[in-house]
Write a protein that binds this ligand. Structure first.
Ligand SMILES: Cc1ncc(COP(=O)(O)OP(=O)(O)O)c(N)n1
Ligand code: 3NM
Ligand code: MG
Length: 230
């Protein structure tokens, strides 16, 4: 543990904690859409945004062709722009380009982050799935990713998963690299604290918000307290 001067501690009682964490900003919520959505999903998304701070929204619709995802995206991308939430497209750099999205999330089989950078330019956010692998994360960073995603930290019914990282991978990452890291997989307001404490910059969450018994607004609001604990 580092020693701090009285002045440093008087200016900011959390100085020691923040110093140990490398002054990383507070952990933020990264909302993932349900795998399938209805015609009124924009209302649910607006309700979720009303619940509290959401930094990014990922449109993750599985099993639809690109034109169908593009049609679904239109009102959602508009809403994200109005609410100052980054609009991220899952899987397809071509669709991200077509929509002028704020970012794209690429899995290990979804294409090369370097190609995405060439296609999308310097200001579009590129995220890469790294499962439980330090090696994949360092590779993604070297390839120019804007964030790396580790998961699945907990069991989830949203997607079949094959990896179960330990939260310590987040602490390892944040101790060595400035690039933000995302934690994903079965995260709820009740089980998120170890991930926030370990250093996650973002919690990527789907089911805990969309299946919250009191609706998506309450689903987002439930994360407020745990996010503040970093
Ligand atoms: C933030 C975030 N992290 C991981 C994933 C998973 O991506 P991928 O491995 O490509 O799996 P699918 O989501 O495409 O089923 C993600 N989408 N977002
Ligand atoms: C899309 C996704 N990717 C994962 C990974 O481990 O890479 S886990 C996952 C599902 C996230 O949804 P929920 O919050 O409902 O578990
Ligand atoms: Mg994918």
């Amino acid at each position: 543990m580092t020693d701090f001067t009285d002045e440093e501690l008087a200016l900011d009682p959390n100085f020691a904690d923040r110093f140990e964490q490398g002054f990383r900003p507070a952990c933020q919520l990264y909302l993932i859409s349900p795998p399938a959505i209805g015609a009124d999903f924009a209302d649910s998304l607006a309700a979720a945004f009303d619940g509290g701070g959401v930094a990014a929204f990922q449109l993750r619709l599985k099993g639809l062709d690109e034109d169908a995802v593009a049609r679904a995206a239109e009102p959602l991308q508009k809403l994200c722009a109005e609410r100052d939430v980054a609009f991220i497209v899952n899987d397809s750099m071509a669709l991200a380009k077509r929509l002028g999205a704020d970012g794209v999330h690429l899995g290990q089989g979804d294409g090369d982050p370097k190609e995405a950078r060439r296609l999308l330019g310097p200001s579009v956010q590129i995220g890469v799935t790294c499962h439980d692998s330090r090696h994949l994360a360092m590779e993604a960073g070297e390839a120019g990713a804007d964030y790396v995603a580790f998961g699945a930290f907990y069991p989830t019914t949203t997607k079949e998963t094959h990896y179960r990282p330990d939260p310590s991978i987040l602490g390892w990452w944040t101790a060595l690299f400035e690039l933000p890291c995302v934690a994903i997989g079965g995260i709820t307001a009740d089980n998120a604290a170890p991930l926030v404490k370990a250093g996650a910059d973002f919690l990527a969450v789907s089911g805990a918000v969309w299946s919250h018994p009191e609706g998506p607004r309450a689903g987002v609001a439930a994360f407020e307290a745990v996010l503040a604990r970093k």
